[in-house]
Ligand binder design. Structure first.
Ligand SMILES: NC(=O)c1ccc[n+]([C@@H]2O[C@H](COP(=O)([O-])OP(=O)(O)OC[C@H]3O[C@@H](n4cnc5c(N)ncnc54)[C@H](OP(=O)(O)O)[C@@H]3O)[C@@H](O)[C@H]2O)c1
Length: 263
């Protein structure tokens, strides 16, 4: 389907995974602003969620959860998705370096950050391919090229695999009308991040600005002096899934305020 206005998504059907908090919430909101009919998945529907008829509760780090999301999308509304944005991801491995990351931590990070997207794509993309059009965005992380080893090495490795998978998928599906790209944020100013800043400030007797600087220093500096907002992530993704970005395939858009200092 082609829109008269290449920035708009009117008449398009979209799914945003991890769309109830942080960057995902902003992405779902942005795609709605652009006119799309937006489905959201997460484990828990927030109290007072304004679009309960477009919410799928599922743990997409499991095969059964991913399949239940795909089944619901296929059953309701029918037809292929036009837009699939994989935002769900995160890290729960404790600090302590490689030795602290157990088998279970590794599997948890791989299921959440890599295999959830692989499984949903496997279930949902055949319909896009059959329709001959669609757009997919995988949300990665700059850690795929700048891995931090204290607590997030399994996460970084999973995001690296996600990026490689995303690129190969893009090569396979572009000739069949489906565009696939990756968006790799550095830090994002989510509620979780602000709470993290508070904890560092309170735990170390620092101001919030000093606590933020500590976080920036641990990354080797953030030249812009701040992380991206969730709105900035959403605006980038809103562009990438629009017809305006119709020739962008297999790309990785880094949105990190300059955190990764190398080419
Ligand atoms: N935050 C950062 O600084 C940062 C930096 C670089 C990259 N990223 C990447 O950006 C993406 C968004 O991060 P964020 O910090 O904005 O996320 P967030 O605020 O932690 O929100 C995560 C979302 O995913 C859902 N979710 C979590 N685990 C899930 C599971 N097992 N099954 C289904 N849904 C699940 C959550 O809802 P429920 O809890 O209800 O399931 C929520 O909607 C992630 O891929 C992350 O790796 C984040």
């Amino acid at each position: 389907m082609t829109n008269a206005d290449p920035d708009r998504l009117d008449g398009r059907r979209a799914l945003v995974t991890g769309g109830t908090k942080g960057a995902g919430e902003a992405v779902a909101h942005r795609l709605r602003e652009l006119g799309a009919d937006v489905w959201v998945s997460a484990r828990t529907m927030p109290a007072g969620y304004p679009h309960p008829d477009r919410f799928v509760a599922a743990d997409t780090s499991t095969l059964a959860g991913a399949e239940s999301v795909a089944t619901r999308i296929a059953d309701e509304g029918g037809g292929a998705l036009d837009v699939l944005v994989h935002v769900v991801g995160g890290s729960s491995t404790p600090p302590g370096g490689f030795a602290a990351a157990t088998e279970e931590h590794w599997l948890t990070e791989l299921h959440l950050n890599l295999l959830g997207a692989v499984r949903l794509d496997r279930a949902l993309l055949p319909a896009m391919v059959a329709a001959g059009s669609g757009v997919v965005v995988h949300v990665g992380s700059i850690q795929r090229q700048q891995p931090l080893h204290e607590a997030t090495l399994p996460y970084a490795a999973a995001k690296a695999a996600l990026r490689t998978y995303s690129k190969g998928l893009a090569n396979e599906l572009a000739p069949r009308g489906v565009r696939v790209n990756t968006v790799s944020p550095g830090g994002i100013q989510t509620l979780g991040y602000e709470q993290f800043v508070d904890r560092i400030a309170e735990g170390n007797g620092l101001t919030r600005d000093q606590a933020r600087q500590t976080i920036f220093d641990s990354l080797g500096g953030v030249p812009l002096g701040r992380f991206a907002t969730t709105q900035e992530i959403a605006d980038l993704i809103g562009f990438l899934v629009s017809d305006r970005a119709g020739a962008i395939v297999g790309a990785e858009y880094v949105i990190d305020g300059g955190t990764v200092p190398t080419v």
